[in-house]
Write a protein that binds this ligand. Structure first.
Ligand code: PRP
Ligand code: ZN
Length: 299
């Protein structure tokens, strides 16, 4: 029996988002064994249950208020919204945090050796897809006459098997298209993962837990984007060195033991340090330049 006081989070069971979703929850300090092949896993240290399902089922679980939160791709969320003819003034969910993974695009792709002029090339074509609503919205706006059929897996084999002229499917690295002799010709929707919450009554306990989780997720994302930079710089070049380090506020400058011409500069930078910048720092006389990843961050 599910406990009503525990926060339920849905995530993808297996696929492009599953590993990153699990990593995110674990980085947020949730102690949970997600390796097991079971639908629901219980956190040991927080009142949180994780429900692992097919990604396409997550928007529905959130909209039907079966779970409180879902980690899901914007593409499946938008597809389900169109399917349910969601009224934009009365959404059936809230996107509460954009996540820094799962970026992909829903694209139209055709056989590699086929010529492509423009979108009108899709007139009278037959398209295989798992995203009929997003596809229809896009092509209708462009006044294209087309037909589609639904494949919920192995969409990319349809043209080669003579079943369709084109496909409308997700592209991430492009490896799947390439392996199947297809080329991407039209991006119809760009997407990345997000954290969504259900609408409706929610207890204060759960509300507080959600807020805590959001703060931690933001901390994890921020830490992943940031670097800790340490270096030694000539005393006379402090200003030039700092001006090369974008995104770094209030560096710490300290003395070095047994060295009077140089100082140590430490800072958190919101950007990584590229080799080019490191080379410029070196030419200013900087040395012992270290760029370290940051484990956690809270502002
Ligand atoms: C998508 C899509 C392709 C693959 C593309 O599947 O259907 O198979 O990813 O990725 P690539 O460009 O990096 O090769 P997804 O992971 O969403 O799985 P699902 O369709 O089973 O949910
Ligand atoms: Zn899917």
């Amino acid at each position: 029996m599910l406990n009503k006081n525990r926060l339920r989070i849905a995530m993808q069971k297996s696929g492009r988002l599953s590993q990153e979703s699990a990593n995110l929850l674990i980085k947020c300090g949730i102690k949970i064994n997600l390796q097991q092949q079971q639908l629901i896993s219980f956190a040991e240290n927080m009142p949180i249950d994780v429900v692992k399902v097919r990604d396409d089922d997550i928007p529905g679980l959130v909209m039907d208020q079966v779970v409180d939160l879902g980690i899901v791709g914007g593409n499946v969320l938008e597809e389900e919204s169109l399917k349910r003819k969601m009224d934009i003034d009365h959404p059936l969910y809230n996107i509460i945090q954009k996540l820094d993974f799962g970026s992909c695009r829903l694209s139209l792709s055709i056989p590699i050796n086929q010529e492509y002029l423009n979108i009108s090339s899709f007139n009278n074509s037959r398209i295989a897809t798992s995203y009929p609503f997003l596809l229809t919205r896009y092509l209708k706006k462009k006044n294209i006459e087309f037909s589609f059929f639904i494949l919920n897996g192995s969409v990319e084999i349809a043209p080669g098997a003579g079943l369709s002229d084109a496909i409308c499917d997700l592209v991430s690295t492009g490896a799947t298209l390439e392996a199947n002799g297809l080329k991407e010709v039209e991006v119809i929707y760009s997407s990345s993962a997000c954290l969504v919450s259900r609408i409706g009554e929610i207890s204060d306990i759960k509300k507080n837990l959600i807020n805590k989780l959001i703060t931690r997720i933001q901390g994890v994302i921020k830490a992943r984007e940031s670097k800790y930079i340490m270096l030694h710089a000539p005393y006379t070049k402090i200003q030039s060195v700092i001006s090369l380090l974008h995104g770094a506020e209030h560096p710490t400058i300290s003395k070095l033991a047994g060295e009077t011409k140089k100082v140590a500069i430490h800072m958190v930078s919101s950007e990584t340090l590229f080799w080019e910048t490191m080379e410029k720092l070196k030419s200013l006389g900087a040395s012992s330049i270290l760029v370290l990843p940051i484990e956690k961050m809270m502002e």
